[in-house]
Design a protein around this ligand. Structure first.
Ligand SMILES: Cc1cc2nc3c(=O)[nH]c(=O)nc-3n(C[C@H](O)[C@H](O)[C@H](O)COP(=O)(O)O)c2cc1C
Length: 170
């Protein structure tokens, strides 16, 4: 491997960074499509930009070029959706699509970030898609988390007002 790095060890190390979990949705050949994504991050305030990194091998990758997309932030109760859209179809799982402003989105998520295409960049075997946020919505509830290759939820006491979450940092 490049520079003698061991990919498995690097992957293990990168997995120490805890994230939320999203499903990025878009149109694919006229049909709603989604893929599970944890490479989501906010980028710019003015203009409001967010980033997702999409594998070139993903079906959505070409479809997202120059196209709008929605970042659907998953709830702790939506693990099955995360698995389904990560290529592991969940038997009996009903996918509730609803129209977004710019692209189809998934009903019942913790937050929605609706984006128009802004710019894309080469990211090796991924493409970095920046989207300009043109609408957003969020509701109360617990997020689905991803850490060390596992889905996690916040411990119950952390979800109480004030419990453990003592300081607004940023
Ligand atoms: C927790 C989690 C996070 C993921 N994050 C990303 C990501 O940021 N970018 C990406 O391209 N794939 C990511 N994947 C993998 C895709 O969800 C998976 O390859 C999916 O099947 C691709 O969908 P498609 O080829 O049907 O479009 C992630 C998978 C999981 C379980």
């Amino acid at each position: 491997m490049t520079l003698g790095l061991d990919w498995q060890q690097l992957r293990h190390c990168l997995g120490r960074f805890a994230t939320g979990v999203t499903v990025v949705t878009c149109w694919l050949q006229g049909r709603p499509h989604g893929l599970t994504v944890n490479s989501f991050t906010s980028v710019s305030r003015q203009p409001p930009l967010v980033l997702v990194c999409i594998a070139r091998s993903a079906k959505a990758c070409d479809a997202m070029a120059g196209s709008p997309f929605v970042v659907n932030v998953l709830r702790a109760s939506q693990r099955e959706l995360a698995l389904h859209f990560a290529g592991r179809p969940q038997p009996g799982l009903e996918i509730a699509w609803e129209p977004g402003k710019v692209a189809p989105r998934l009903a019942g998520c913790l937050a929605y970030i609706e984006c128009l295409p802004w710019q894309s960049y080469d990211g090796g075997d991924h493409v970095l898609y920046l989207g300009e946020v043109i609408d957003f919505q969020c509701q109360g509830g617990d997020p689905l988390l991803f850490y060390g290759g596992y889905f996690l939820s916040l411990p119950a006491e952390e979800t109480q007002l004030g419990g453990g979450l003592t300081q607004w940092l940023w």
